[in-house]
Ligand binder design. Structure first.
Ligand code: 5GP
Ligand code: ZN
Length: 138
């Protein structure tokens, strides 16, 4: 369902402009309006889904298939060194637009992008407990 105040719903329906690279019945691939680097691409589902927590896994599979295809073409066409594939969920994780989107961020030698965290050092026992808890719930 389209959400009235969602900018990506407006882009998906064509009510708002975007530089569109590809579009099919389910997804839109477009340039980020405020790119982290040259050629920063966003892939969005046309149907409003807020985040990965509401996303249908099969649909996410098709989205990632598209992402892989686009990434390989971008690698050939743009003079990039590498790429980050990023997807933020929840404001604490940096999500600012609450309509699912996957970032394809080309990386260049002297770019200003940083993704940094401080590694923690859980015990083997803590790791095992967390692993078991997730595995048991699947
Ligand atoms: P988030 O921080 O939610 O993961 O990413 C939201 C992204 O949407 C940002 O990279 C931002 O630049 C991009 N963005 C925000 N408004 C617009 C817009 O109107 N059009 C497009 N194409 N991208 C937008
Ligand atoms: Zn939306």
């Amino acid at each position: 369902m389209k959400q009235e105040d969602c900018i990506f719903c407006k882009i998906a329906s064509g009510e708002m402009n975007s530089i569109t690279i590809l579009e099919n019945s389910e997804f839109k691939v477009m340039l980020d309006r405020f790119p982290a680097t040259r050629g920063h691409v966003l892939i969005i589902p046309k149907e409003h889904v807020e985040s990965i927590f509401e996303m249908e896994p099969e649909k996410a599979g098709r989205l990632f298939q598209l992402a892989t295809q686009i990434a390989q073409v971008m690698k050939k066409e743009l003079d990039m060194e590498g790429m980050n594939v990023l997807q933020n969920n929840g404001s604490c994780a940096g999500q600012t637009v609450f309509h699912f989107h996957l970032h394809l961020i080309p990386r260049y030698k002297e770019d200003e992008v940083t993704f940094k965290w401080k590694a923690t050092e859980p015990t083997e026992e803590e790791l095992l407990m967390i692993g078991n808890r997730i595995a048991a719930a699947l």
